[in-house]
Design a protein around this ligand. Structure first.
Ligand SMILES: [Zn+2]
Length: 727
């Protein structure tokens, strides 16, 4: 079972990364009331982004938005926010919390609403027109960010307020906003000389362009990397519906035979079932080499340059490495702390993986395979070990995991039991693609809480993985309630077939919905501190915590029902699925650690290091960290590791393991306090899920938990204890 999911919380603000908050609020320029954006030749009232959406809860008007509406709105939005920001910087009045910090929170509503919709569609439903807009706008958005954070006059005001903060009698959230805003300015280079600021701006634009180039190359490489065959025998072992889907994928691409598209991870889902070893090897190699063919989609030069430029940026900002700069505002604080945390888990993880490899080799040998297990064999034989040991297989369990039942009777039901919230599907809210569904979410008292969109099926024009983000973020200052969405890449069934998913997919849905809850429960004054706008090594905590409810017996029994008969899953099968959760966890933890160490090693590079050769660098990095395990490849290779090159997880992938620690430790608290109760859910919501980044995250956690987190529950839950259960 996968433990990690790709998330892009607050994608709307991700393109402008740490200035996120500043493009979050308010059409009001300082001193004016409801200033409309300036109409230009190509941007006026006919553009659907010109005014706030008139739809319920400001949902994006996807029925009116055309591809060509985005670019002029993005440009006008940036221009408008620059006017607003400059007015704050030039204000002749002495700086105050309201006329500077709060005023900044109110700027940029236009750019925020267009980027929220734009990031939503470019992530989940892109096309060449939109990709071109991304390419053109990415460096401009980076420059826009610099306009704010490297604005000397503005920073002088922020710094003045920061110095007086103790005397301002601010409430706790406002004080946090002052400190956070100041830190973000310093982090972005506000203290640099003018000459160095110019250098930094240039570096930021180059980095942003390269990231965007990486994304476009990888999307094309992943699409091109699909395995194509006209030999049905190569697909032996796949279910009839998977073969039908592969035939359909071939038709969609207008090629003969069968097409198996690549997922963004190293391992590919069909390798579990394919009995043809040559086909497994071929698909694996398509995945492993996808971005290394020396063609236009080869990402090696791009990532080498990115790592180099990021190290230069760190040097300019006074840090020994990009990782040191990046972790400054995280829960872990330093790369050394993150590396120490990971290094301590490596021996237990690789030892467990070695025991698992032994089990797998025994199956290969018993079948007189005559080979040593390779990475592309792992999932196929692991599945057999799992079947033998737990007597379950996906074909047997999938009929009990029909997507809509999992969603409504599982994911939603768990949230109702814990937090009292309820859901009603709405068909009047426009969507960007017909597979997308929209639900209104009501609080326990029946009042509106949020809108929730879900877009679960894989498409060729969708980024890989699964994620959550927002079309509208919550803020009391703005008077907005959350409009959040979940995206995944679950296999779309052939027409007329039910969507039967694996238990891994079930857990993905719970995971992403955990992010959604973090967004929907947000109760912050300021958009900067709201919802999922927390540190990376905290943001995966609510999502991984929510995964735990997928196996909670009362929840599981409620959604795991046969799609044809409505019969509950037989108790012994359900019990075995529960027990199987510790299975293959050595592999799972090792592949994540390998990816996380690759990430950290790339971003630990000294600014004086030469341009790296990615293949050699990767090999050395894995050897150095004792993670060069032939049968456990990294979950992502450097060349297709979009988290770290494109989507904000640079020097941050360790956060997935760090937050596992938090999630398992937190679930332990529920275990100790009567498990699933409304009282426990409400307390967690009140003290953690609704708090966003409004207080120090370590302190927030400790207040709720009564102690700092530790790895005990994680190692136990993941079967990684020295004498852990291997059963
Ligand atoms: Zn996530």
């Amino acid at each position: 079972m996968e433990m990690m999911r790709f998330t892009r919380p607050r994608t709307a603000r991700m393109m402008v990364s740490f200035m996120s908050n500043l493009i979050a609020a308010g059409t009001m320029a300082v001193g004016s009331v409801n200033a409309a954006p300036p109409a230009t030749a190509d941007f006026g009232p006919s553009n659907p982004f010109y005014s706030p959406s008139a739809l319920p809860f400001e949902a994006p008007p996807f029925d009116r938005i055309k591809d060509e509406d985005y670019q002029p709105a993005i440009e006008a939005g940036m221009a408008q926010q620059q006017v607003e920001i400059q007015a704050i910087a030039d204000n002749p009045a002495a700086p105050t919390f309201d006329n500077t910090i709060v005023a900044m929170e109110k700027t940029g509503l236009l750019v925020d609403r267009v980027m929220a919709a734009f990031n939503g569609v470019t992530g989940a439903n892109t096309n060449p027109t939109l990709q071109n807009v991304e390419t053109v706008e990415a460096p401009k958005l980076a420059a826009h960010q610099d306009f704010i954070y490297l604005n000397t006059k503005l920073f002088a005001r922020v710094a003045a307020i920061y110095k007086q903060r103790a005397t301002l009698k601010l409430d706790a959230e406002s004080l946090r906003l002052v400190e956070y805003t100041y830190d973000q300015f310093v982090h972005a280079g506000a203290n640099l000389s003018e000459a160095d600021k110019t250098k930094l701006k240039k570096l930021n634009e180059e980095i942003s362009s390269l990231s965007n180039a990486f994304n476009n190359k990888l999307l094309a490489a992943t699409k091109d990397g699909a395995y194509v065959t006209t030999d049905k025998g190569a697909l032996a072992g796949l279910s009839e519906s998977r073969i039908a889907a592969a035939a359909q994928a071939a038709k969609d691409r207008k090629v003969e035979g069968f097409v198996i598209p690549l997922q963004n991870t190293t391992q590919q889902p069909d390798l579990v079932s394919l009995s043809n070893r040559a086909a497994r090897q071929a698909i694996f190699e398509h995945s492993w080499n996808r971005a290394e063919f020396g063609d236009a989609n080869d990402t090696r030069d791009t990532i080498a340059q990115l790592a180099h430029l990021r190290a230069q940026k760190a040097k300019l900002l006074g840090f020994p490495s990009f990782a040191a700069w990046k972790l400054e505002d995280q829960m872990a604080k330093t790369p050394e702390a993150a590396l120490k945390f990971m290094d301590a888990i490596v021996p237990a993880a690789t030892a467990k993986a070695a025991r698992e490899a032994g089990d797998i080799q025994a199956v290969v040998d018993a079948q007189k395979g005559g080979f040593r297990v390779q990475a592309y064999d792992w999932n196929f034989y692991a599945e057999q070990v799992r079947k033998t040991r737990y007597n379950i297989d996906d074909a047997q369990v999938k009929p009990y995991f029909e997507l809509d039942s999992v969603l409504q009777n599982g994911v939603f039901y768990a949230a109702t039991q814990l937090y009292g919230i309820t859901f009603k599907e709405r068909h009047d809210i426009p969507v960007y693609q017909p597979d997308v569904r929209v639900f209104e979410v009501f609080d326990a008292d029946g009042k509106h809480l949020a809108l929730f969109y879900c877009d679960y099926f894989k498409r060729d024009n969708k980024n890989g993985g699964a994620w959550m983000s927002e079309f509208v973020g919550q803020s009391r200052l703005r008077g907005t309630s959350p409009v959040v969405y979940n995206v995944a890449n679950l296999p779309k069934p052939a027409a007329g077939e039910p969507a039967l998913i694996t238990f891994t997919d079930v857990v993905t849905m719970f995971h992403e919905f955990g992010h959604a809850l973090h967004g929907m429960f947000s109760n912050a004054e300021y958009p900067t501190l709201a919802g999922t706008a927390t540190a990376r090594d905290f943001v995966e905590f609510p999502s991984q915590f929510n995964e735990h409810w997928a196996t909670y017996p009362a929840i599981f029994a409620h959604y795991a029902k046969h799609y044809k008969t409505g019969e509950p899953m037989p108790e012994d099968l359900a019990a075995r699925i529960g027990k199987a959760q510790a299975f293959n966890k050595g592999y799972g933890m090792t592949e994540i650690l390998a990816a996380a160490e690759l990430d950290m090693q790339w971003h630990f590079l000294s600014p004086t290091a030469p341009l790296q050769k990615p293949d050699e660098f990767e090999q050395q990095a894995l050897e150095k960290t004792h993670l060069n395990v032939s049968y456990v490849p990294p979950r992502y290779r450097s060349t297709y590791f979009s988290h770290i090159w494109q989507s904000g997880y640079s020097a941050g992938y360790y956060a997935y393991i760090w937050t596992q620690m938090l999630a398992d430790d937190a679930y332990q608290w529920f275990d100790e306090h009567g498990q699933l109760t409304r009282a426990n859910g409400d307390r967690f919501r009140q003290m953690v899920l609704s708090r966003g980044n409004t207080e120090d995250l370590a302190k927030m956690y400790e207040n709720w938990r009564g102690a700092p987190p530790n790895t005990k529950a994680m190692l136990k839950h993941r079967g990684l204890e020295e004498s852990g259960p291997d059963k």
